[in-house]
Design a protein around this ligand. Structure first.
Ligand code: NAD
Length: 498
C-alpha cells in the first residue's frame, strides 16, 4: 500500500505524524496541540487523521493481515515479535514514561511503573500466543470435531487519556497475538505513547500495516474508524456515554465490540478492619493518578461506629498528601490531565456544596508558584451527602472522595449497589466470612479484599452494568480478538449423518 501524493509523507519534527503502513504521515493542514498540564506549555502539534487517512490505514491493515507472511506465521514466531516489543519497551522505558508524563501529568514513579506493566503485558501475551491451543471437542460419531480460533482481521483499538501506557498495551498485545491487524486511535490528550508503540513494533520486526496509529479526536478520526466497513471488531476504553454510542454503531454494523467504561467504585470499611492499612488503601485508591482511574474508589462507605475515627485519620493523611510537579522527587499527585477537565472537577465540587456536602479537606487549587500555570487541584474529601447526590452518583474522574456512613451489612450492600456503574469495589474487614459474602453480593467486575488497585495481567478485567461489556486481560484476553470456527472431519466418509 502506497500513500497517495496528495497527502505529504514526511518526517516533520514540528508536527507529529500518523503512522500508516510503517510510514510517518504528516497532516500539516489539520493539527491539534498537545499541552503539558503541569505547565500549560505546548508540547508539540499533532496530526489529525481524517477520513482519507482512515481509509488508507484500514486498507493497509487489511492487506497486511491477509498476507500469508502474517496469516500463516507460526505462533512461536509471532510470540517472538511480541517479546521483542516488550524488551524494547523496557530499554526505552524513560522515553515512554516521559511522553505519558508530559501529556497527562501523572507523576514520574507511576509512569515508570506503568511502562513496566505495559512491557509485562507484551511478555505475557507472547507466552499466551506460543502456548494457547485450539480444542478437539467431544464427538458424537465417527468423526473428529474441533474448534479453531481465527482473527477478525482489522481491529480498531480506541483508548482514553488516563493511562495510555497500560490501556494501549492491554489491547494491542492480545489483538496482535490473536493474529489481527490493529488500528490504534489514542486519546487526543495523550497521542504519543501509541505513536511510539507503533515505532517499537516496527523495530521489533512487526510487518508494516499490522499496527497503524491514527491520532485525532473522536468526532473525526474515531468516528471514521468505527464506521469503516473493513473494521471488523472494536475494542474501546473510555467514558460510558461514548461507549454506548460506539455500541450502537457496532450493533448496526453487526460487528463485535468490547467496552471498558466508567466507574464509581464503592470502597468499604467495616468496624473490625485494620484502620491504618485501610486508610492507606483508600487514599491510594482514590488519589493516585489524581483520581483519574476507572477503578478509583470514589465512594467510601464507613461503618457508623468507626466513622469519626476513619474520617479523622483520612483527613490527617490527605492533608499531608504531596501534590507537586510530576517530576518532583516524592510527588504523590500531579495535576489533572487537562485544564477543561479541572474545570469539570471544580463544577462537581461546587454542585456537591450546593447539595449539602461539607468539604473536609481540599476543595480548591493548591497555593504556590509551581502550581500557577498547571491544572492542579487538591485531593478533596466531602461528606454530608446522600447516596443520591450528583457527586456520589456521577463519575467525577478526579481527586474527590465522597464519604458516607452505613449501619450493617445489608444496608451497605444496598447502598453500594445503588449505582449504574459496576467496575470495582474494595472491602476492608477482619472477618473472612463477611468478606466472602459481601464480595459475592457486590455487583462489580472486580473486588479487592483488604487491598485496593492490586492488578495483574493474568486476571480478567471488566465491568458489570454501565461499566462495560467483555473482559480484557488473562489468557482469554486473546479470545476477545478471535472468532471460533467449528470443524467436522469424518473418519468414515461413507457413513453420512441422516
Ligand atoms: P472518552 O470516552 O471521552 O474518549 C475515549 C476515546 O474515545 C478517545 O480516544 C476519544 O477520542 C474517543 N472517542 C470519542 N468519541 C468517539 C466517537 N464518536 N467514535 C469513536 N471514538 C470516539 O473518555 P476519556 O475522557 O478519554 O477517558 C475517561 C473515561 O475512560 C472515564 O469514564 C474512565 O472511567 C474511562 N476508563 C475506563 C477504563 C476501564 O478499563 N473500564 C480504563 C480507563 C478509563
Amino acid at each position: 500500500m502506497h500513500w497517495s501524493n496528495s497527502v505529504p509523507n514526511s518526517l516533520s519534527t514540528s508536527v507529529k505524524s500518523l503512522l500508516i503502513d510503517g510510514k510517518n504521515v504528516c497532516n500539516q493542514e489539520n493539527t491539534f496541540d498537545s499541552i503539558n498540564p503541569a505547565t500549560g506549555e505546548t508540547n508539540y502539534r499533532v496530526s489529525i487523521a481524517d477520513e482519507r487517512h482512515v481509509a488508507v490505514a484500514v486498507a493497509s491493515a487489511k492487506d497486511a493481515v491477509s498476507e500469508p507472511a502474517w496469516r500463516t506465521m507460526l505462533p512461536h514466531i509471532r510470540a517472538r515479535i511480541l517479546a521483542r516489543m516488550s524488551a524494547i519497551m523496557e530499554s526505552r522505558s524513560d522515553e515512554l514514561a516521559r511522553l505519558q508524563m508530559i501529556e497527562n501529568g501523572k507523576v514520574w514513579s507511576e509512569c515508570k511503573a506503568q511502562v513496566a506493566s505495559a512491557a509485562a503485558t507484551f511478555r505475557y501475551y507472547a507466552a499466551v500466543c506460543e502456548t494457547l491451543g485450539s480444542e478437539v471437542t467431544p464427538s458424537r460419531g465417527d468423526y473428529l470435531s474441533m474448534t479453531a480460533y481465527e482473527p477478525y482481521g482489522v481491529v480498531a483499538a480506541i483508548t482514553p487519556w488516563n493511562s495510555p501506557l497500560t490501556m494501549e498495551a492491554q489491547k494491542v498485545a492480545p489483538a496482535l497475538a490473536a493474529g489481527n491487524a490493529v488500528i490504534l486511535k489514542p486519546s487526543e490528550v495523550t497521542p504519543s505513547v501509541g505513536l511510539m508503540l507503533g515505532e517499537i513494533a516496527l523495530e521489533a520486526g512487526l510487518p508494516p500495516g499490522l499496527l497503524n496509529v491514527l491520532t485525532g479526536d473522536g468526532a473525526v478520526t474515531g468516528n471514521a474508524l468505527i464506521n469503516h466497513p473493513d473494521v471488523r471488531m472494536i475494542s474501546f476504553t473510555g467514558g460510558t456515554a461514548t461507549g454506548r454510542n460506539i455500541a450502537v454503531t457496532a450493533a448496526q454494523r453487526l460487528i463485535p465490540v468490547a467496552l471498558e467504561l466508567g466507574g464509581k467504585s464503592p470502597h468499604i470499611i467495616f468496624a473490625d478492619a485494620n484502620i491504618d492499612a485501610a486508610v492507606e488503601g483508600i487514599v491510594g485508591g482514590i488519589f493516585e493518578g489524581s483520581g483519574q482511574s476507572c477503578v478509583a474508589g470514589s465512594r467510601l462507605f464507613v461503618q457508623r461506629s468507626v466513622y469519626g475515627k476513619v474520617v479523622d485519620a483520612l483527613v490527617a493523611r490527605v492533608s499531608k498528601f504531596r501534590v507537586d510537579l510530576p517530576d518532583a522527587e516524592g510527588a504523590e499527585m500531579g495535576p489533572l490531565a487537562s485544564f477543561p477537565h479541572r474545570d469539570r472537577v471544580e463544577r462537581f465540587v461546587a454542585i456537591a456544596k450546593d447539595e449539602g456536602g461539607k468539604v473536609l479537606v481540599g476543595g480548591e487549587r493548591p497555593q504556590g508558584s509551581q502550581f500557577d500555570k498547571g491544572a492542579f487541584y487538591l485531593p478533596t474529601i466531602i461528606d454530608g451527602l446522600t447516596n443520591q447526590a450528583t457527586a456520589v452518583r456521577e463519575e467525577i474522574f478526579g481527586p474527590v472522595l465522597c464519604v458516607l456512613p452505613f449501619e450493617d451489612e445489608s444496608d451497605l450492600v444496598a447502598q453500594a449497589n445503588d449505582t449504574n456503574f459496576g467496575l470495582a469495589s474494595g472491602i476492608w474487614t477482619a472477618n473472612y466470612q463477611r468478606a466472602w459474602r459481601v464480595a459475592r453480593a457486590l455487583e462489580t467486575g472486580l473486588v479487592w479484599i483488604n487491598t485496593y488497585k492490586q492488578l495483574s495481567i493474568s486476571t480478567p478485567f471488566g465491568g458489570f452494568k454501565d461499566s462495560g461489556i467483555g473482559r480484557e486481560k488473562g489468557i482469554n484476553g486473546v479470545r476477545l480478538y478471535q472468532q471460533s470456527k467449528g470443524i467436522y472431519w469424518s473418519m468414515n466418509p461413507l457413513n453420512m449423518p441422516h
